[in-house]
Design a protein around this ligand. Structure first.
Ligand SMILES: NC(=O)c1ccc[n+]([C@@H]2O[C@H](COP(=O)([O-])OP(=O)(O)OC[C@H]3O[C@@H](n4cnc5c(N)ncnc54)[C@H](OP(=O)(O)O)[C@@H]3O)[C@@H](O)[C@H]2O)c1
Length: 349
């Protein structure tokens, strides 16, 4: 199988190359970058020095289409929507990292992204790429839209209680996100002097990832839910922690929550339920998943207020992007879902 990445010089592209180099059943055909065409990959992703002698090519869609069985598009939203229709038209498998094909209703693009989706007819062709929710659909899919990093952590943290209709219809998501979540292109927001040491709330209401979280959780719940998300930029390079607050409709207890989470995630290779009685890491913590494809989930229940606290921690560049995309690719190509992803996290970090 020949695999190409468009937008391979970015953070998610770099992580995807690292994972693909560790995959036994693939050949990398092309890695594109406009800025670094002709340059060795290790000059941009220095962690890959000595592991690959590949060079970037220009953003040459026709060449990529001709030489690939599957294409990852790791480019910004608004760019993917210009490339992907041609890939779809030629019937080549694609996994898109951007938001351009995540939402099913084209009206939602006007509402959340403030643009008229130029190809609404393609939205239904894409499977929303969360294997824990859509494993069989992904196996059969040619076109997959990889979720947003804060979206996948929130959806995985809340799916079991939403599916079982245990909670009221308004849910609060408090997200903490690392700097690599903003990609490799420098800006004042990510400039070291401004970004270092922050706990910076931003986009407290109407963050765009809300749309896909609402879409997916409402589908699971079989009725419309309202998700209220507030993200915070924190002093990490990688990782996300979401702390989700919902209220149970009836009095429940912890064993009811254990039952919901255990049954929803039985046998999932990359989900770990963390609720320990001892030790430092009793709940999910991004520090414990960095470098791995795990999403750690946890929960607690406040009987006094009927509040359920659900936690999700993952590496935004792995289970939040490239690792999850590789997991989807493995399913689409009939490989073992864990191929290339059997990596424990780093500790200490
Ligand atoms: N960072 C995360 O944690 C994360 C998580 C989930 C999803 N995502 C999504 O994944 C995608 C990539 O994110 P990233 O963090 O890897 O971003 P990034 O580090 O900024 O990289 C973006 C890549 O796209 C290429 N690119 C930019 N503008 C382009 C254009 N107009 N035409 C062609 N290529 C273009 C860039 O290469 P050249 O400029 O050299 O061509 C670069 O390789 C985005 O859609 C992002 O929303 C990111």
């Amino acid at each position: 199988m020949k695999i190409s990445i468009m937008g391979a010089s970015g953070y998610t592209g770099g992580e995807l190359i690292r994972l693909l180099l560790n995959h036994s059943k693939l050949e990398i055909a092309h890695l594109t970058s406009r800025q670094y065409k002709g340059e060795y990959v290790y000059r941009v992703h220095p962690n890959l020095r000595g592991l690959t002698s590949l060079q970037f090519i220009d953003h040459d869609l026709e060449r990529v289409i001709q030489d690939s069985d599957l294409i990852f598009t790791a480019v910004p939203h608004g760019t993917a929507v210009k490339i992907i229709p041609k890939i779809v038209e030629r019937g080549i498998r694609v996994i898109d990292f951007s938001a351009d094909f995540r939402l099913k209703n084209s009206e939602d693009y006007r509402l959340w992204y403030n643009y008229e989706h130029p190809h609404p007819e393609l939205l239904e062709k894409f499977v929303y790429g969360i294997p824990e929710l859509y494993r069989e659909e992904i196996r059969r899919a040619k076109f997959v839209s990889n979720p947003g990093c804060m979206a996948i952590s929130s959806i995985l943290a809340l799916a079991p209680i939403v599916k079982e209709n245990l909670v009221e219809d308004r849910i609060i998501v408090d997200a903490k996100i690392a700097s690599s979540g903003s990609g490799g292109k420098p800006s004042l927001f990510t400039h070291y002097s401004e970004r270092y040491n922050v706990v910076r709330p931003y986009k407290l209401v109407n963050h765009r990832h809300t749309a896909e979280i609402e879409q997916e959780l409402s589908k699971l719940n079989k009725k419309k839910l309202k998700i209220c998300m507030s993200p915070h930029a924190v002093n990490m390079v990688r990782g996300i922690l979401v702390t989700c607050h919902s209220f149970s409709k009836e009095n429940i207890n912890l064993s009811r929550l254990w039952k919901a989470y255990r049954s929803f995630y039985a046998n999932e290779p990359f989900i770990r339920l963390i609720k320990d009685k001892k030790g430092l890491y009793r709940y999910p913590d991004p520090k414990m998943i960095i470098g791995s494809n795990f999403c750690d989930l946890g929960f607690d229940y406040d009987e006094r207020s009927k509040r359920i606290v659900s936690l999700g921690a993952l590496d935004n560049l792995i289970k939040g992007a490239s690792g999850n995309a590789l997991q989807c690719m493995n399913l689409m190509l009939g490989f073992d879902e864990r191929e290339g992803l059997n990596l424990p996290a780093l500790h200490p970090l």
